[in-house]
Write a protein that binds this ligand. Sequence first.
Ligand code: C2E
Ligand code: MG
Ligand code: MG
Length: 756
Amino acid sequence: MHKGAIICIDDERAVLISLRDQLSRILTERNYSIELAESGEEALELLAELNAEAIDVPLIICDHLMPDIKGVDLLKQIHQLYPDTLKILLTGLADMDDIVRAVNKANLYRYIPKPWDQADLKLTVREALRSYERDCLLEEQNRNLQREISERRQAEIMLRQSEARLESILNSLEDVIWSATADTLDLLYLNPAAAQVYGRPTSDFIESHSLWQNDVVHPEDQHRRRKFFQELLQDGHKGVEYRILHPNGEVRWLSDRARVIQDEYGNVLRIDGIIYDITERRRAEEKLAFDALHDGLTGLPNRNLFMQRVERSLALCQEDSSYQFAVLFIDLDRFKLVNDSLGHACGDQFLISIAKKLSQCLRGSDTVARLGGDEFTILLDGTHSINDATRIGDRILAALAKPLQLGDRSLFSSASIGIAVSAPHYHQANEVLRDADIAMYRAKSCGKGRYAIFDQDMHAETVKLLQTESDLRSALKQELFTLFYQPIVNLKTGALAGFESLVRWQHPERGLIMPNDFISIAEDTGLIVELGEWVLRESCRQLSYWQAHHPSAKDLIISVNLAGHQLKESNLADTIDQILEETGLDGSSLKLELTESILVENIDAIIGTLTYLRGRNIQLSIDDFGTGYSSLSYLHRFPVSTLKIDRAFIDLMMGDTENFEIVRTIRTLAHSLGMQVVAEGIETDEQLSILVSLGCELGQGFYFSQPVTAYEAASMISRPTDWQRNHTETLIMDSQAIKEQLNLMPEFPTINPSSL
Ligand code: C2E
Ligand code: MG
Ligand code: MG
């Protein structure tokens, strides 16, 4: 309903009231308020107020004769401000001239003569309002139409802009956008990116539909792509990855995601899709997958892949009992030497060449893998007998024996190989590998450069070894070890010079266990560090006690065997200092026995520790001297005071000129370097005599005494034993007997130690 106000203007209050009452009656069903103004001024104020409140004024009924202003002039003023408002003038007939002017001047809608006829007023007012409302309506309709037209124009502009934008996006995309018929897959649209992705102009696809439908796809993936389209029509949307071929033969990977487009009734209109080139991602994934299963240095399969292949072979065995396979575990002999002496880069090249050699020894269906370091494994699939594996073993050993050219160096290599063949009791790959590993250790301990085949005896031995290891751990906790002492004798005077302390394990079930049966296990497991520290402390404590209780023990020296692991411990010097302080033993009463191999393998790492210990007056001795592979020339680098000749030479010295010569050479060498010589394993009078005549300072062996308990050792200290009393006698026998003995042997040239 139209809302607004009708204003009546008259200077006579009574006329205004009467007008209002009549208008109220006329306008009952119309929603207009009736406002009254008694002067022109008041009317203008009223209009301004209504305008400010946005209240429409469709009609003004104004008296002509008013004291402040004539109605015609007032309406003229109003018309300038409110041209749409309809104006009716109330006037006497006498003013006809004015009226005619007013109609023109003030744009009068009508005039009504005073006194007015009520019916005329009613008709006129109604007609005026209707006409006003009609005009308003028309105006609004017009406005709406105008707005609609301009909106439509705007929408068209936006549509064109959006289309242009879309096209520019489609043209600038690196991904392929395509649209095709659903039934025949004929292309309807393809954006320019296709040229780059497919490596050919997009017009190729327009000219040949079959190119896009199938031919451009890699032959191995065509089936998958056809299946993708079938499933796409069923599911409505789908993705697939496949390869395509560029005209130059290059293979690229694409990811294609498509959607079936339907109309509102569900009829299939076409298929729209987007294609990404995922070649880089695929290559990265393939590289990751390859790296996860291959060794970075040699490119061979790694442990993971090898184990997978062995699992697969095990599964084949389970399905078919006649199926056989073999696993070879290969460890290069002395690879550490190559690495340490020639550097890691050279070591790497060496391993790469070995990997090539191994691969050349095999069929394509076999697997050679690098487990890490210098360890390789081989899986021989479908073997017929153990001979197949040993033949490969021989072939590998022969291949490795040929010199390997690294730059201007030619290197020889050898390996220890363990072989395990498939058997019904194998259920997991690591069981087969473990047994091949055990066999490899056997090959190594039997002298390297050979292969060994795993058998049940090795298995039993391994089980025993594992048991020993766990027993050793608890023995350490329960202090089940004890020390025996073997006297070391001064060969010039026959006097007791000291003892070597030798550890024994008092096993609750197996009785007294000798060190050869557990020291190497303790070394392999690192338990030797703790055990060695106990031996050191106990040895020092014991000698310190003897020295305190027996005056004759004052100058005795205790020799303690030291394992390689202990030397590598960074705090060995501190530990020894602490033990000496704790037990009150002087450093000069302690001698440490190290084997040659410890020294050779760790020259740089341990030289500092050895020098420190020597500074504390502790003596250093090389044990089992002569058995190591080392060259003798490194000896002067160590602050060593004693060489202990290995028992084997003493043992064989009698009938064997070569061994005799070795003993004499060692003695000469030692003396020229200012070192003492201790002969180990003296068992007979003859041996003793020769050693005395050769000028060996010290001796040790069953001839004097077996290793004995601390209690027995104490009695040797307090009372001279038989050999101490008989010593002079032996020496007298010497001069004659030894000369005779020596005369039996051929002449040897004197050896100059500097030529060694
Ligand atoms: P080793 O240091 O060369 O000790 C000498 C070994 O030769 C001892 O064997 C000793 O009993 C034996 N022996 C001494 N004289 C004769 C002889 O005239 N004839 C024969 N046939 N043998 C003789 P044992 O006590 O069985 O020790 C064997 C090896 O175990 C030692 O050789 C040493 O390398 C190691 N060992 C012993 N105790 C310890 C220890 O506390 N720590 C370390 N790291 N190794 C130890
Ligand atoms: Mg020793
Ligand atoms: Mg020895």
